[in-house]
Design a protein around this ligand. Sequence first.
Ligand code: PHE
Length: 341
Amino acid sequence: MKEQLAKIRAEALSAFEGIRDAAALDELRVRYLGKKGELTALLKQMGRLTPEERPVMGQLANDVRAALEKALEDCSAKLEAEALTAKLQAETLDVTVPGKAVKQGHKHPMYFALDEIKDIFVGMGFTVLDGPEVELAELNFDRLNAEEGHPSRDWSDTFYFDRDSRVMLRSQTSPMQVRAMDTMSLPIRIIAPGRVYRKDEVDATHSPMFHQVEGMVIDKNVTMADLKGTLNLLAEQLFGRGTVTRFRPHHFPFTEPSCEMDVQCHKCGGAGCATCKGEGWIELLGAGMIHPNVLRMAGIDPEEWSGWAFGMGLERTAMRRFKIADLRLIFENDIRFLEQF
Ligand code: PHE
């Protein structure tokens, strides 16, 4: 038995030496120290020994067990340390490697144009307002003097949310005129940029969603001359000195008289080309003197106060400002296009 113990000890210790991973180590543990292991099997034979031999062998067996357990522990500690070193090496960071450049977006040309427009109007004492895109038909139409049956209220032109045609995606920024009259004290000078929605098919000059900038002044003795002066100044500051504009009579339910303002085409200088569809002019905005009915509905006395308003297409303005030929470029957000500005 003594020899068997010595043999187990020698075999086990040399086996532990060669161990390279935790699974193999566990196998060895089971083989030598487990309940069905070689050492246990040997100890079960103690009963056959003489009473004198038993304590001696018992002591010897305990020594062997202790030696094996120690070897197991050492080996396991060694494996853990190796694993840690390997992990640290594998995860080494080279802090001197140059970083990957983060690709930044680019400001949209329409927002360059909008910022210029805001600057121009803020410089003239206007306040910039923001308002809801989901609007009441009451503010988008009724309060703007567009009574039931007005063609623009038609379901084929307007995105409504309900059967009663009461809630809609605003089709113009003009309801902001009403919101300003309802909440601000006179005199008022505001612009209100934002998205508007109409049931239009997408083409080179149309989109079901586009942007407008509304502008409005209400004060005493305000005339059409103020409107023209302000809009001419806007055109010169946006598009450069000497920019030629033209005012044409038009009709809007909420202004009287009404007009549209064109700027001379930047492509052909007025001769007529593809960009201006042969017209020589590009339509930029609708405007006019606020209709007395609109003032009255807001509780403002048209005998005492007068005002003007305009609504300009922001995409068109950006296209004219940056000489962009197709509206779709504005919405596609191709970075190669955007980076040119
Ligand atoms: N809301 C008009 C449109 O969308 C533009 C406009 C605004 C006209 C203000 C007159 C006064 O066409």
